[in-house]
Design a protein. Structure first.
Length: 239
């Protein structure tokens, strides 16, 4: 399974098998996080066997014991968006290994998590990761069906001045991108051969924008996004 296939396979999982991941799985996840950190300048780290990150009033998760903590330089104005972009690549990588994941913005022990990152860095958010059953729990299945029904049509997520197969492929992937409360606050535009993206203002909007940009880029083909709402996608050639 490659990352593009993982986009259609990925589901947010909140119920985990309460067992440690093997050292082989942990080593692969840490190696991928290290590779992406070297490219991005972020500090995305895997912490394992820390049930307390999801205890004490954070009952949305069952059996969760591992997480990626997404952090970076405190003075980085685009930290949240970059963590969304690069963190989603970690999510999709974990999906290729048949692991469950779920983005976590507020429903985890942030105070504890902040003690696990170096001074001078800022924690943006976290991603639960771990072993899951092949079939989703009843509660997860109900949540997935509700989310799927509420997904916006592509026409509500973008505007374009002419048809483009690459743009449409990118938007199909954007439609499958996770977002806080499944609000899908992003909007993409294709105009005069250039693609831009923006997000409605909200506390977690920049993270949602980064996630959506990662999905678009993987599906639309080679290129790289600039950071910030309204930033353009440079593909080297017009869409």
């Amino acid at each position: 399974m490659d990352l593009l296939t993982a986009i259609s396979v990925r589901r947010s999982r909140r119920h985990y098998i309460d067992e440690p991941m093997t050292s082989i799985l942990c080593d692969k996840l840490r190696a991928e996080a290290g590779r992406l950190n070297a490219e991005s300048g972020l500090d995305m780290r895997l912490v394992t066997d820390r049930h307390e990150l999801f205890r004490g009033g954070f009952g949305l998760f069952q059996g969760a014991r591992n997480a990626f903590l997404l952090a970076g330089p405190s003075d980085n104005p685009d930290l949240a968006e970059q963590c969304g972009y690069w963190g989603e690549r970690l999510v999709l990588f974990a999906t290729t290994m048949n692991l469950g994941t779920c983005w976590v913005a507020a429903t985890f022990n942030r105070a504890l998590a902040e003690t696990l990152i170096p001074a001078g860095e800022r924690l943006a958010c976290a991603i639960a990761v771990g072993l899951v059953k092949d079939e989703m729990s009843v509660r997860e299945s109900v949540q997935y069906r509700l989310i799927h029904r509420s997904c916006k049509p592509i026409g509500a997520l973008c505007r374009y001045d002419r048809p483009s197969e690459r743009f449409t492929a990118g938007m199909e992937a954007v439609r499958l991108a996770p977002s806080a409360m499944n609000r899908q606050p992003v909007f993409f535009e294709l105009k005069s051969g250039a693609v831009t993206a923006r997000v409605s203002p909200s506390a977690w909007g920049p993270v949602d924008l980064g996630i959506a940009k990662a999905h678009f880029e993987l599906a639309a083909g080679p290129g790289r996004w600039a950071w910030g709402s309204g930033a353009a996608f440079d593909s080297g050639e017009p869409f």
